[in-house]
Ligand binder design. Structure first.
Ligand code: SAH
Length: 484
């Protein structure tokens, strides 16, 4: 579900400590813990402890770290990259923290968050790859649990593999153009033969496999994926969609796809919003078709991100035709269509044994002519009808269905912003449906579901549809044109 994250109070950065002095002041367990942490780095560790505990002293001998057996004084932290106040004594730690601040040295006072300029994360160390987990002090145990899970996920060979990557990075950048070609190379490097060789400890083989991979480099052809983004919640997207988003050079998205979903793409991917919301068509369909073709011809990996499922009222037919005509490779990734998300929000069975055994996806925009479309006949014979873009034509839909013989008492469920935290659920009957067109309070996309199966939904969290403006006569036709 889309949640707006809280602001971060302690921003994670990776600080260069190689060769710089890092001071730990303290004699006991607190000092030992911080010294251990910093001993994983290439910093020059300075432990200040006039009378180190036996534990600290023994560790220092084993780790080859020298302890300065002198009384603390501020000059000992001057110029340090980082300082730790780890004496275990509150007043003393505060004094060290004050000194550090005065000297411009970032300080961490153990267990005294208010005195800390920085916090130490829980670390997964596969140097040069390091994962740092922080909770701003809210849950050290939680941080350790997360650390343990990530630790299991990452092979011990990751460190050497990443080091190898660093040594060949320059050649790769020289030989492969920026963009898809390089990304494909690195994906193969980190998941293919070099990774497998490193996994079993064969660093030379890994290097040879990387060289071979580089020699085999090929120009990468452009490709377009028409991807369903789902109804809006960023965790209702498929794993395949997520993977393609991470590989895309360009993301071409509709206005209905929320920022949180587009943001699943790489940060450096180009994003092109092509509008397509009622009243703000920023590009015509043929402009979009041409855009997709020209991006792919430039060798780009394109994700065309559409709300819901791309093949349901998504104009994918035209885009696929344009890509086929241009000889561009493409694929379709299905998504959760709005009707399914709305039904889920309502706990509404779209098919119900003995009541409804078919399901219609329609827009209602085909109701203007004299002839009754086939789907209306299906509704009368018991199908559940999901109406997309149906707000402005709500009166037409209701009027024609009643004219055709559907009872005005037939149940209707309406969901605005299905799947999103600010969704709204409304319920009523076909006789109430026309009121939808006049409801200015509904700003988001709206899905209406009509049929006897709707009666099986959970109405405890929904408001009456007619309550807003009162029911309009069913025969009244909406004056509005085509739109959502
Ligand atoms: N391809 C999309 C539909 C695009 S048409 C899909 O498969 O869902 C746009 C219409 O879809 C909107 O007018 C609205 O009727 C419906 N819709 C899309 N997202 C919705 C949502 N989160 N809640 C309710 N309706 C939605």
């Amino acid at each position: 579900m889309a949640r707006s994250p809280q602001p971060i109070n302690a921003f994670p950065v990776f600080m260069r400590v190689a060769g710089r002095v890092v001071v730990v002041v303290g004699e006991g367990d607190e000092a030992l813990a911080k010294a251990r942490l910093m001993a994983q780095t290439s910093a020059a560790l300075r432990i200040v402890a006039a009378q180190p505990s036996p534990g600290l002293a023994a560790w220092a001998i084993e780790a080859g770290v020298e302890i300065l057996r002198v009384a603390y004084e501020p000059s000992l932290i001057e110029g340090a990259a980082l300082a730790f106040a780890a004496s275990g004594d509150e007043a003393f730690d505060r004094r060290i923290a004050d000194d550090a601040r005065r000297l411009g040295v970032p300080v961490n006072a153990v267990d005294r968050p208010d005195c800390c300029d920085f916090f130490t994360p829980a670390l997964v160390n596969r140097a040069p790859v390091v994962v740092a987990v922080g909770t701003e002090g809210a849950g050290p145990v939680l941080a350790q649990m997360i650390r343990a899970r990530i630790d299991q996920m990452l092979s011990p060979a990751l460190g050497p593999l990443a080091s190898l990557a660093a040594t060949i990075r320059e050649s790769v950048e020289r030989l492969l153009p920026k963009g898809a070609a390089r990304r494909v190379f690195w994906a193969d490097f980190f998941a293919g033969a070099p990774a497998r060789a490193m996994e079993v400890g064969h660093a030379d083989e890994a290097r040879a496999a990387a060289a071979e991979l580089l020699a085999r480099r090929q120009a990468v052809a452009g490709h377009v994926a028409l991807v369903g983004a789902g109804p809006g919640a960023e965790d209702l997207i498929t794993l395949r969609a997520q993977r393609l988003l991470l590989q895309a050079d360009v993301i071409v998205h509709d206005a209905l796809v929320p920022e949180a979903v587009v943001a699943l793409g790489r940060r450096d991917a180009e994003r092109i919003a092509v509008g397509k919301r009622k009243g703000c068509h920023s590009k015509t369909q043929s402009e979009i078709n041409e855009l997709l073709v020209s991006l792919a011809r430039d060798g780009r990996q394109v994700v065309r991100l559409k709300s819901g499922d791309p093949l349901v009222f998504g104009r994918a037919g035209e885009e696929m035709q344009a890509l086929r005509d241009a000889g561009i490779s493409f694929e379709i990734v299905p998504g959760v269509t709005a009707a399914l998300a709305a039904a889920a929000d309502f706990e509404l069975p779209l098919t119900l044994r003995g009541v409804s055994s078919s399901l219609v996806f329609t827009t209602g925009h085909d109701l203007r002519g004299e002839a009754l479309p086939d789907w209306a006949r299906l509704a009368i014979s018991g199908a559940t009808v999901a109406v997309y873009m149906g707000r402005s034509v709500a009166a037409d839909v209701a009027g024609r269905l009643v004219e055709a013989g559907l009872s005005p008492d037939t149940a209707v469920a309406v969901v605005e912003n299905a799947s999103l935290p600010h969704r709204r659920l409304l319920h009523g009957t076909l006789a109430d449906l026309p009121s939808l067109a006049g409801r200015d309070d509904l700003r988001g996309p709206v899905m209406s579901i009509i049929g006897d199966a709707v009666a099986g939904a959970d109405f405890r969290r929904s408001a009456p549809l007619a309550a807003g403006v009162g029911p309009m006569p069913v025969a009244a036709r909406s004056p509005e044109g085509v739109g959502a």
